[in-house]
Design a protein around this ligand. Structure first.
Ligand code: AMP
Ligand code: ZN
Length: 467
């Protein structure tokens, strides 16, 4: 079945045509490791994870590369503001290397809890300076750069396709329109490839280069590292929509300016997680991390479930009500899985006609530009379908979960130790209910609650949970 993906370059859904049959080269812009990721950032990595899983489900061999930015990213993507890594180091009284190490580990700890598959390659910018210098040299040889104030700039006026991705109207872009006040720039859209005259004299990370000791601009790292691991042309590049006008626009200019050929076939961008104050951003100060969500009682997989309920191309509004909805649904899903496990000794492919139909519909949904809301709806349709055998349901659910990634194969009934005293009260309540003594039954329920237990009546009798 065809895979259709929305390509930001053409603003259309396109049938995916791999460069190499059966293979996909994917590059995703990774975190700048100067702080914890907020759950908005994590939405981006969740979307990319579903993309990776969709390709695996379709039996593609995927090479997924995600960089770690540990140098060069200023607080404005367009070369202005503070150095993010230095900002983190100052805030915590540590070296930039310690900051990078700490937040890289924290990042992967988050992604693991969200069941995000680890990319095949996670190159660090600081370990690829040589490749970046080689690329800047190629751009220099192609006459696309100039040196001003000691820094090396990309001259966007020499690259006719500049701004195509973002559909930038360059003639309408006034000086200063990009919050850019660098007097060295010939054009407002020009950007730094290599800094020597840093605004930051205390910059810890510096390397020798043909243009003097300094450090790379942020954009060049993605061009250099993607080409290192995926070649000069590859299939898909992802990131959040904020990267369209500056970062990805500059990445294209650098890469195609160096090689003279088309770089990436499909550009995919996720929309933002927003709250009533607007988009969630680290620079805005207060932001929600996965740990804070956990402290508030939300399993990381509840957040995964929440994000999958909306297309990655639509803004996602965060609220505690919406998270509670996802929490309830996810709890119910786990309960249903446990019921299925009890009813069926194994997950078996069904021979029912409906089995084929569900399988087809699911594939059609995920291959339609990752239609996760539809895929989730199908999961529930399967679970509620009384015409399917339990083992068929179980098979379909685990199969869908290869893409949805909730780890449903690991769902287990929590075995809890119930103290004898609690069991005795529960039994007494059961007796009272049999005698239709509702007063006593309610009293015993309250007694249990005071002791930290919740009793729920079920078809088989009752269930005790810690409350
Ligand atoms: P950063 O670490 O700031 O470079 O961001 C990492 C990824 O998260 C990038 O792909 C961003 O585009 C994306 N991102 C940033 N903020 C949000 C948000 N509020 N919602 C969704 N994605 C975001
Ligand atoms: Zn990037």
């Amino acid at each position: 079945m065809d895979i259709q993906l929305f390509n930001t370059l053409t603003r259309k859904k396109e049938v995916f045509a791999p460069i190499k049959k059966g293979e996909v080269g994917l590059y995703c812009c990774g975190p700048t490791v100067y702080n914890y990721a907020h759950i908005g950032n994590l939405r981006a990595y969740l979307f990319e994870d579903v993309l990776v899983r969709m390709f695996k489900y379709n039996q593609f061999k995927i090479t997924h590369v995600m960089n770690i930015t540990d140098v060069g990213h200023l607080t404005s993507d367009a070369d202005e503001g503070e150095d993010k890594m230095l900002k983190g180091a100052k805030r915590e009284g540590k070296t930039v290397y310690e900051i990078a190490d700490h937040y890289t580990k924290a990042f992967f700890n988050d992604t693991e809890q969200l069941n995000i598959l680890h990319p095949n390659v996670t190159p660090k910018a600081t370990e690829h300076i040589k490749q970046m210098i080689v690329l800047v040299k190629r751009l220099e040889e192609n006459g696309l750069t100039y040196v001003a104030g000691g820094n090396v700039y990309f001259d966007t006026s020499k690259f006719p396709k500049y701004g195509e991705l973002a559909r930038l109207k360059l003639d309408e872009l006034k000086e200063g329109a990009r919050v850019d006040k660098d007097p060295n720039k010939k054009n407002p859209t020009d950007f730094v490839l290599w800094f020597t005259k840093s605004k930051f004299t205390d910059q810890e990370m510096k390397w020798d280069s043909p243009w003097g000791t300094g450090y790379p601009g942020w954009h060049i790292e993605c061009s250099a590292m993607s080409m290192e691991y995926l070649g000069e042309q590859f299939d898909i590049h992802c990131g959040g929509i904020d990267h369209i006008p500056v970062h990805h626009t500059n990445e294209i200019a650098q890469s195609e300016g160096a090689t003279g050929k088309k770089w990436v076939n499909i550009w995919m961008h996720n929309e933002f997680l927003v709250d009533e104050k607007g988009k969630m951003a680290k620079s805005a100060g207060a932001f929600l991390t996965l740990s804070v969500l956990k402290e508030k009682g939300y399993d990381p997989l509840v957040y995964r479930y929440f994000t999958l309920g909306t297309s990655y191309r639509k803004p996602l509004m965060l609220s505690y009500d919406a998270l509670d909805g996802a929490k309830n649904a996810f709890e119910n899903l786990k309960k249903k899985i446990i019921e299925l496990q009890k009813e069926s000794s194994e997950a078996k492919k069904g021979s029912e006609k409906k089995f084929e139909q569900y399988s087809k519909d699911f594939l059609a949904a995920i291959n339609d530009d990752l239609n996760t809301p539809k895929a989730l709806a199908l999961l529930w349709d399967v679970l509620k379908d009384n015409e399917l055998k339990s083992e068929t349901k179980y098979y379909l659910v685990l199969d869908f979960d290869r893409v949805l990634g909730f780890g449903l194969d690991k769902v287990k009934e929590e075995k809890i130790d119930i103290p004898d005293e609690i069991k005795a009260i529960a039994e007494k309540r059961s007796e009272a209910r049999k005698k239709k003594d509702w007063g006593a039954s309610d009293q015993l329920r309250d007694e249990l609650r005071k002791k930290g237990w919740v009793i729920e009546d079920t078809k088989e009798g009752y269930e005790l949970k810690k409350g």
